[in-house]
Design a protein around this ligand. Structure first.
Ligand code: UDP
Length: 240
């Protein structure tokens, strides 16, 4: 990691501590140079899981960039008195890289989400990001990872977008990233959002750090996942 980016370590995970525009410039340059790049977007739930699972922790530590995705990580940085400049979400990186990739005719492989979501995503990509060359696009409920890896290997895309949820997407990237140089990023539920199947919180909720509450109200089944946030913050306080 000799990219000179400032990093802040919380519970053994080193998050980039920069602004969105600067980060994007670094990623674009790396894609242009076909540098092998793994971005992990980590929220408190993922950080907590990593803390309990050393193998997953080492996978996250293998990423070239870990972005602070979630207000809970920003809060944790304040607790340890090492503030992080900006939250950087997977969804925002995804949209920005697609827009830039469309202008620059980059190729991309997409795997993740349910078949109906992928059908809608194809339409959105065609309409809103017409310059992207789709080297492959499929849902995330495949049985054989190797089949997907072979498709990526054969089509040699500039960017691989995986929306399989955590830890699956990071495990996949860790296992296969060396078959193709370029960007690899795990995007959680981002295909659901970009395709219009799930709504991201309105800006007001995001600005008031309440995106987690909005998601909970829309999807009450997320409660056990949200409950990890206070547990994570407790661990951070203890680690001080
Ligand atoms: N998913 C998938 N394959 C699986 C399990 C999940 O493609 O075997 C997809 C799921 O359809 C959803 C995404 O992974 O699109 C996970 O979304 P979630 O909301 O859990 O992610 P978050 O944004 O909270 O990290």
């Amino acid at each position: 990691m000799n990219d000179k980016l400032k990093r802040t370590t919380i519970l053994n995970i080193s998050y980039i501590n920069t602004n969105f525009t600067h980060f994007l410039k670094i990623i674009q340059a790396r894609i242009n140079n076909r540098e092998n790049t793994f971005i992990a977007t980590v929220n408190p739930e993922i950080a907590y899981y990593a803390h309990q699972n050393p193998k997953y922790q080492s996978i996250i530590n293998d990423a070239d960039f870990v972005t602070p995705d979630g207000i809970g990580i920003i809060k944790a940085a304040q607790i340890i008195h090492q503030p992080i400049q900006s939250r950087i979400t997977g969804f925002d990186v995804f949209k920005a890289i697609l827009a830039w990739g469309s202008q620059n005719h980059k190729s991309a492989y997409f795997a993740g989400a349910k078949p109906n979501v992928i059908a809608d995503l194809k339409a959105v990509l065609k309409d809103e990001y017409p310059g992207i060359k789709i080297s492959g696009i499929r849902d995330g409920y495949f049985q054989d990872n190797q089949v997907v890896a072979d498709e990526i290997n054969a089509t040699h895309p500039d960017m691989v977008f995986l929306a399989l949820g955590s830890p699956k997407q990071e495990e996949f990237i860790h296992q296969y990233r060396h078959i193709n140089n370029g960007l690899w990023i795990g995007l959680g539920g981002s295909f659901d959002v970009l395709s219009g199947n799930t709504q991201r919180a309105p800006q007001f909720w995001i600005n008031h750090h309440l995106e987690w509450l909005y998601r909970l109200l829309k999807e009450p089944s997320r409660l056990p996942r949200i409950m990890v946030i206070p547990k994570y913050l407790k661990l951070v306080r203890k680690s001080k």
